[in-house]
Design a protein around this ligand. Structure first.
Ligand code: ZN
Length: 160
């Protein structure tokens, strides 16, 4: 009897731990995920430190939502407007060969979009940046100063 009780209690503990996981252990609920460039009530745009990928930004929803369809319709539209403003900003200031937009969240299941300028001579091209490297390093490329990225975002999106 006591064994069964222990088993049940273990099951309850496991379930509670699983339910508590988002708020308690989610990296993006506790850290910005990069250097903040712009924000509003819904989301923040941050610059990612990655020597191979200057200009790499993320758009992170501020509250913990797991999937795009956990957002209200108006929030989905507002978030995509920000993602596209980041894309336009990077195209204008970084002049990449390609932009990669990605929302994966397999490791950190909290909605965030990666907006990544890509060049034919970068470390992974034409693979995704999480794929197998194609070169030992990206070709050297001057990074656009982050205050310029932030200024262009404000021009496109307002003060936030
Ligand atoms: Zn979270």
């Amino acid at each position: 009897m006591s064994d069964r009780k222990d088993g049940l209690q273990t099951e309850i503990d496991t379930l509670q731990k699983h339910l508590a996981e988002p708020a308690d252990e989610c990296e993006l609920c506790h850290r910005p995920g990069g250097e903040p460039l712009w924000e509003d009530a819904l989301c923040r745009v941050v610059a990612v430190d990655d020597a191979d990928y200057p200009g790499f930004c993320r758009v992170v929803v501020k509250r913990h939502v797991r999937e795009m369809t956990d957002l209200a319709d108006a929030e989905q539209a507002a978030l995509m407007r920000v993602v596209l403003a980041v894309e336009a900003t990077l195209r204008k200031l970084c002049c990449p060969d390609k932009i990669n937009l990605a929302s994966l969240g397999n490791l950190v299941p909290h909605v965030h979009w990666h907006v990544i300028p890509r060049w034919r001579d970068d470390r992974h091209f034409p693979q995704p940046i999480w794929g197998a490297p194609q070169r030992t390093a990206s070709a050297p490329r001057a990074a656009v100063p982050r205050h310029e990225l932030a200024g262009e975002l404000r021009r496109r999106l307002g003060a936030g």
